[in-house]
Design a protein around this ligand. Structure first.
Ligand SMILES: [Zn+2]
Ligand SMILES: [Zn+2]
Length: 379
């Protein structure tokens, strides 16, 4: 009897518990609906493109109307934490497409922090290699997170829903002399508005894009290679015909970006130029018909502020050369310089002594590899 009684008591308890849980569930569902009804949707209804001010480097955040997210590049390594907190500040908790345009440090340095901080669906990169610790670190982080790299090839489409379409238009070849020409270039169409994101693509890639027949026309152009004169050729700009041109560039950078030639070519097309060194972070919004530009100069929120410089012994030094005891603190803002295949000097990009192909690296990297400063351009 005692056992039966006990069973009855237990059964009663279970029934009571079930009733309580059911009531709680109904209450919660009701509350969720009430909250949804009261909280306005925070994500943008249109398309939003943020050109983040990461000094001399690129970082572009694209919020799509369907709330998906594309991040193109991640500035230098010391900007990583600031980029992560900028994204978090917007309520972003995942990235659908991460594009590392090409392996230069001013484009991929901050990406490992981003990859560690957010779940990422697709990582798009060109097929190329680069022997710097910054690049090795990116590959290691991707591997450690169990992610795979999708090779970006011209002609591939990220998505196409009629009104919203993203297509890769470069790189078109497997081999280039300049690392910049491997840059993944993305054309994004939303309604009757369009954007072109060019990375650091130079003349060789531009000529291929022109020949390809892919759509290049865009209202908003991310000016290639920080406004370097080796990009943004006249014919290419005429094919794009931007009304808004955004240059991601650091104030007082040592190699003359953006160049006067490129600024004049843009002026000839009546494009309005926005620069992250003077305007800060630039946000362009599209409702599919019209464009709106907002600038966040002087670090007004939510502009990222550069994180305190990290004492970072591997700031883009060759991966195969471990830093010696004398190389502990790289320059806080080691500028990009150019070296040629046969020269022993490093130069500003605009140096008149550069006659053949030049390769970009940080000044710290050039000095570590034994290059000396050019006496003509005094980089
Ligand atoms: Zn580059
Ligand atoms: Zn660059």
């Amino acid at each position: 009897m005692r056992t039966t009684n006990h069973k009855r008591t237990l059964a009663g308890l279970w029934r009571g518990l079930f009733l309580a849980v059911s009531l709680l569930a109904f209450f919660c569902i009701g509350l969720t609906f009430a909250l949804n009804a009261q909280t306005p949707e925070e994500a943008p209804t249109g398309l939003e493109v943020h050109f983040l001010d990461v000094g001399q480097g690129d970082c572009i955040l694209i919020r799509l109307p369907d709330e998906k997210l594309i991040l193109i590049d991640g500035g230098e390594r010391r900007y990583g934490p600031a980029i992560v907190s900028y994204l978090r500040g917007l309520g972003i908790d995942r990235i659908d497409y991460l594009v590392a345009t090409h392996p230069h440090a001013d484009h991929i340095g901050g990406l490992p922090d981003v990859i560690e901080a957010f779940p990422i669906d697709t990582i798009l990169m060109p097929r190329t290699t680069h022997t710097t610790q910054t690049y090795e670190r990116l590959l290691t982080t991707i591997r450690d997170q169990g992610l795979r790299i999708t090779e970006a090839v011209a002609g591939d489409e990220l998505f196409d829903s009629g009104r919203l379409r993203a297509r890769i238009v470069a790189p078109q070849k497997k081999q280039y002399e300049k690392l910049n020409d491997f840059s993944v270039v993305l054309h994004l169409q939303y309604g009757s508005t369009a954007f072109l994101f060019t990375g650091d693509a130079e003349e060789t890639s531009e000529a291929e894009m022109l020949r390809s027949g892919y759509p290049l026309n865009a209202d908003v152009l991310k000016v290639a290679h920080h406004g370097s004169r080796t990009s943004s050729g006249k014919r290419f700009l005429e094919a794009v015909r931007p009304s808004i041109a955004v240059i991601q560039v650091g104030a007082d950078n040592r190699y003359g970006h953006p160049t006067q030639e490129v600024l004049e070519r843009l002026a000839a097309l009546d494009a309005t130029v926005y620069r992250t060194d003077t305007h800060g972070t630039v946000i362009v919004r599209s409702d599919g018909e019209t464009l709106q530009v907002e600038t966040l100069a002087n670090g007004s929120p939510p502009s990222p502020t550069p994180a305190a410089p990290v004492v970072d012994a591997d700031a883009d030094m060759p991966a195969l050369t471990p830093p010696g005891p004398g190389v502990v603190t790289p320059e806080t803002d080691s500028p990009m310089v150019h070296v040629t295949p046969h020269g022993r000097r490093y130069h500003r990009a605009t140096c008149r002594t550069i006659r053949d192909e030049s390769r970009e690296m940080t000044r710290q990297e050039a000095e570590n590899q034994g290059y000396g400063a050019c006496g003509v351009c005094k980089p």
